[in-house]
Design a protein around this ligand. Structure first.
Ligand SMILES: Nc1nc2c(ncn2[C@@H]2O[C@H](COP(=O)(O)OP(=O)(O)O)[C@@H](O)[C@H]2O)c(=O)[nH]1
Ligand SMILES: [Mg+2]
Length: 285
């Protein structure tokens, strides 16, 4: 695929299909879990979630919380709670030992609908919950953690889960894993680039150097210093891809900075949390 030098853009085709399927399944579920990424807690929300999800009861999981500062994240959690009026639970599929709080909340949220079914004389059935969210936020990882197995496939790239899949967690709860969709307009490039930082858009939608430069651009002063320290750039030198390349000796012929390679490493280091813990949204947005 040809990479546009200035824009991030993805094929709307398979997203439209996934969105259609998601809507089809909605009538089958009691509630919805929306998984967001702690590094972009505002930008990884679904824009039109209430429209798309048809006012289903739902709650939010702020996953990958191991990659951010807990105190800073708490401020965003408060905002999200106020805004949505729902439970907002920080999680980490990597480190949380006990994700049972998710199971409890899911069952609680479904109870009303199950009671209605039972009032009609039908037998009690397990709560059915759909797990939605952008690609790569950790939906499948959380479900696997809850089943203590690898029933769903996970992966560091966007688009690993291609189909919806029901997973039984226990006799009271079944979860539906879904392929992540990006229900936003591509015109919102400021947000698209944040999705690229955290690997929520496939890497054929952009070129690394543009996204890497943007990543350096959105950092605040404190974050910039942490980056400089990590790559060994002196405090009075500017934080640029070129300077990172020179400090790390990522060079091509004639000792020129190897920008392509540097961009790739920078994004990788950031995504793996090696440089530090960063939230890249802004509270006064
Ligand atoms: N650091 C960290 N990585 C995570 C966490 N949850 C998932 N991942 C990683 O993120 C990538 C995407 O996970 P996956 O479950 O496939 O995301 P999905 O597309 O939403 O289903 C994988 O490489 C996971 O190992 C988490 O809480 N913390
Ligand atoms: Mg998945």
């Amino acid at each position: 695929m040809k990479k546009d030098k200035t824009h991030i853009h993805w094929y709307p085709g398979h997203i439209a299909k996934a969105e259609r399927k998601l809507k089809e399944q909605l009538s089958l579920v009691d509630a919805v879990i929306e998984v967001i990424d702690a590094r972009i807690p505002l930008s990884s929300r679904y824009d039109n979630i209430t429209g798309l999800l048809n006012q289903k009861p739902r709650f939010l999981l702020v996953n990958k919380s191991d990659l951010v500062d807990k105190n800073e994240l708490d401020k965003y959690i408060e905002i999200l709670k106020k805004e949505t009026g729902t439970s907002v639970i920080p999680t980490s599929a990597k480190y949380n030992k006990d994700l049972n709080v998710i199971v409890k909340e899911a069952i609680k949220l479904s109870e009303l609908r199950i009671q209605v079914i039972m009032a009609k004389g039908l037998l009690r059935r397990p709560a059915r919950i759909m797990v939605v969210g952008l690609p790569n936020v950790g939906k499948s990882s959380i479900i696997n953690k809850l089943t203590r197995s690898s029933k769903t496939k996970t992966g560091a790239k966007a688009g690993v889960t291609r189909q919806q899949q029901w997973v039984r967690i226990n006799p009271q709860l079944e979860l539906l894993d879904t392929p992540g969709i990006i229900p936003m307009k591509q015109e919102d490039q400021e947000r698209a680039v944040k999705l690229a930082f955290v690997n929520s858009v496939g890497d054929n939608a952009y070129s690394n150097d543009i996204v890497a430069r943007e990543l350096l651009n959105v950092l605040n002063d404190k974050q910039t210093n942490i980056f400089k320290e990590y790559y060994g750039i002196e405090q009075n030198n500017e934080l640029t891809l070129e300077n990172i390349a020179i400090c790390r000796k990522w060079l091509i012929r004639n000792q020129e900075p190897d920008i392509e390679r540097t961009s790739g490493y920078l994004l990788k280091d950031f995504r793996e949390g090696k440089i530090g813990k960063f939230i890249l949204d802004n509270l006064n947005l």
